[in-house]
Design a protein around this ligand. Structure first.
Ligand code: SAM
Length: 297
């Protein structure tokens, strides 16, 4: 297919799962057959030449490295959970970012991975088992049903919200738009309606994430290029977020591509470009200071 030809030009990224393997050993093993470099920005992320096929590589099949793009790997790093923290991954399956969070937490603390869809829960469980992420508790539930007042969540310090989105920033979906079936007015109207529904859920879920009492860091991310799922969602929650004491912070300040200038604070938001950066992602980071009774880190 057309997109596969395009796809071949993408550098291959793999994230070393430091719960199972150290970066130097991974580089040594992968370097036997490939040219391997460290990514300059994301710790534990390795870059391999375009077209490298690692699907059946033993380090992939045994969960020592995960095939994960650069933009996707920015998300958990932006949240920056510390070992020992309590954290929620609100929309977790298939679990790539869950196990990345677990690695950043060095397997210490508690990570609740919440997923609504039953079949996807199975994939999430598989991913966490493969990664050896023993501090993950998989929860088959809607994130919206987790009660922020429940004692169970009274110590949660960070929430990753990577909700269902249009996926318009991913290569396959982007080139789908070139197909004839995507040109009719009916389809455009259907797409528009879908985006409005997705954005309504995204906004609701973000407001919910911001309402947990001890949370000091919330990352909102999508793999969409649409303003309605990105800047518009952030804009709509900003007054409420400010009333809870949150402000927008700047994930990866060295990254040049920021949010569309349609919202105050857009310079804090991060975008990746579907063509130049190979995947269209969006990341927003909310932070606030919360006094903790027992500071562990
Ligand atoms: N973060 C995941 C990863 O990196 O592997 C990808 C998450 S995917 C974009 C969004 C997920 O949210 C889907 O698996 C979907 O089933 C789930 N989801 C949708 N609504 C949800 C809800 N109300 N509560 C929890 N999960 C939900």
């Amino acid at each position: 297919a057309q997109y596969q030809i395009y796809d071949v030009k993408k550098p291959r990224y793999v994230r070393v799962n430091t719960l199972k393997l150290d970066v130097e050993t991974a580089m040594f093993e992968l370097g036997k057959e490939n040219v391997v470099q460290k990514d300059e920005m994301i710790p534990d992320l390795l870059v391999l030449p375009p077209g490298t096929d690692l699907h059946n590589h033993p380090l992939v099949t045994n969960g020592s490295v995960f095939m994960q793009g650069k933009a996707s790997s920015m998300v958990a790093v932006a949240l920056g959970p510390k070992p020992g923290w309590e954290v929620i991954d609100a929309c977790a399956a298939p679990g790539n970012k869950t196990v990345h969070l677990a690695a950043l937490m060095k397997g210490e603390g508690k990570l609740v991975a919440c997923e609504l869809n039953k079949d996807r829960v199975k994939r999430l469980e598989h991913t966490t088992k493969l990664a050896g992420a023993t501090n993950v508790e998989v929860l088959h539930e809607s994130f919206l049903n987790l009660n922020p007042e429940d004692q169970l969540y009274s110590k949660v310090r960070a929430i990753l919200l990577d909700p269902s989105c249009s996926g318009s920033g991913t290569v396959a979906d982007r080139l789908d738009y070139l197909l004839p079936s995507h040109t009719s007015g009916d389809d455009e109207a259907a797409d528009e309606g879908r985006l409005v529904k997705l954005a309504a859920f995204q906004k609701k879920a973000l407001i919910h994430a911001l309402s947990f009492p001890a949370v000091e860091r919330v990352v909102y991310s999508t793999c969409s290029v649409h303003q309605i799922e990105n800047e518009d969602v952030i804009k709509s929650v900003l007054p409420l977020a400010a009333s809870y004491g949150f402000q927008l912070s700047t994930p990866f300040p060295q990254w040049a591509r920021r949010g569309l200038p349609v919202v105050e604070g857009s310079q804090h938001l991060l975008r990746t470009d579907p063509v130049e950066d190979k995947e269209g992602f969006f990341i927003a980071l909310f932070t606030r200071n919360v006094t903790h009774f027992s500071e562990s880190s």
